[in-house]
Design a protein around this ligand. Structure first.
Ligand code: FDA
Length: 388
């Protein structure tokens, strides 16, 4: 196919651009992805033995308050009424998260009112009041006081970063939300749910157009019909892979954290009674366990088995999947240099979480892709404006 537009990456960013360009502008679009499936990190599949939908790259819950994005995604899928809740096991006891009045009262074996709980947290946080926290540990104590911070945040954060919070920058956290009600709904967004037929059915509908060709197991940096050498400068390209890789790491490697996921099928109906259980204590190596059957209580899943996934966090090497930007001062200096290089490239736009070196939730990736389409690609293809 002679493509009008080449997209690198079949994640939600690339799929959104492809769908708009093909369906609204009638362009011929080629998408390449080095993985063997579309959907990027939001990809899910049915576990072979149980049929339970498993999120291959970590749990993905859709939520948004952006009406434009909500209307857009509803063209391709309906959403279930799933509302996300998280629990945490600390010292052999299960508490509701995020920290709320229920967590505090259980922690203190008390029946504090909202105002009493507020006063207690303020009193605890007073330990470091008026100081300028030098590290994440001090910042955490200053925000919510030592008891709650040490029980629920300190070691969890330490495990996520493989670093003692005393050695982490205070700038990693601005706030630690505490709710003085019993509301333990995880997200505050207007819309929330999971795609009724699963994520993959949703993504397949986005590219269901004869003008969209998807080339899987195809790396943009290999020589091929839609590789870098054959496309950049000759045909417009939207690149959603890692920005440092595109420039052959000329300004140095950007830091990422990755996660290792350990899946297990257990011969029981229910392992933990909820979708996500955090483990904030230092003697447990993983950070949390997902149990996928709980994402779809409306489905008639087998009662003979369940699928769980333990999550371990660590720094990513070059060959690991990059998941969360580390964003040290050194990384920030590098990304500024890469952005200068990006500006000098012709006929290519960079986007998505890897291309921008930014954490995006799914609705942000879609919203950002819709903006790129409206503000850059559409004016270029429909009105001949330069692609910059
Ligand atoms: P994404 O990474 O999905 O896609 C990029 C694609 O580019 C990949 O498929 C990759 O293979 C491909 N690619 C890279 N280099 C290439 C090359 N050289 N050649 C060809 N292809 C190449 N969000 C949310 O809303 N709710 C949630 O619950 C979660 N949960 C969550 C958990 C975890 C562990 C992570 C890491 C992330 C989330 N997210 C999330 C965020 C969500 O995953 C994110 O918003 C989307 O993946 C962003 O889509 P992109 O298209 O930008 O990237």
């Amino acid at each position: 196919m002679q493509a009008d537009l080449v997209i690198v990456g079949a994640g939600l960013y690339g799929l959104t651009i492809a769908e708009r360009a093909a369906n609204e502008l009638g362009l011929k679009v080629a998408i390449v992805d080095r993985r063997g499936h579309i959907g990027g990190n939001a990809y899910t599949e049915r576990e072979a033995r149980t049929g339970i939908e498993v999120h291959r790259y970590g749990a993905h819950l859709f939520h948004t308050s952006n009406e434009k994005v909500w209307a857009y995604v509803n063209q391709f899928t309906g959403f279930t009424g799933y509302v996300h809740h998280v629990y945490t096991t600390h010292n052999g006891e299960v508490f509701p998260m995020p920290i709320n009045l229920g967590t505090i009262n259980q922690f203190l074996h008390a029946a504090l009112t909202p105002q009493q709980a507020r006063d207690w947290v303020r009193e605890q946080a007073g330990e470091l009041a008026g100081t300028d926290p030098e590290n994440l540990n001090d910042k955490g104590i200053q925000l919510i006081g030592r008891p709650l911070y040490e029980a629920f945040i300190k070691y969890y954060t330490g495990k996520q970063w493989q670093t003692d919070p005393k050695d982490l920058s205070a700038s990693i956290i601005n706030r630690l939300p505490v709710r003085y009600t019993y509301d333990n709904r995880y997200f505050n967004d207007t819309h929330e749910g999971l795609p009724v037929d699963g994520y993959t059915a949703w993504f397949e509908r986005m590219v269901d157009n004869p003008n969209i060709e998807v080339h899987l197991n195809t790396d943009f940096f290999d020589n091929g019909e839609f590789g870098k050498a054959a496309t950049v400068g000759s045909v417009p390209v939207v690149y959603t892979g890692p920005v440092d890789r595109y420039f052959d790491y000329a300004e140095g490697e950007l830091g990422w954290r990755t996660i290792d996921l350990e899946e297990e099928v257990l011969p029981i109906e229910d392992f933990q009674g909820c979708a996500v259980m955090n483990y904030p204590d230092p003697d447990v190596k993983f950070t949390r366990i997902h149990e996928f059957r709980h994402f779809h209580p409306e489905r008639d899943y087998t009662k003979d088995a369940t699928v769980i996934m333990r999550e371990y966090s660590r720094f990513a090497g070059r060959d690991d999947e990059p998941y969360y930007p580390v964003n040290t001062a050194d990384d920030r200096a590098k990304i500024l240099k890469y952005r200068e290089r990006v500006k000098a490239e012709k006929q290519i736009l960079f986007g998505g979480r890897l291309g921008s070196y930014k954490y995006f939730d799914m609705h942000m990736a879609i919203g950002s892709a819709l903006s790129m389409y409206e503000n850059k690609l559409k004016p270029h293809f429909a009105a001949g404006e330069a692609l910059v």
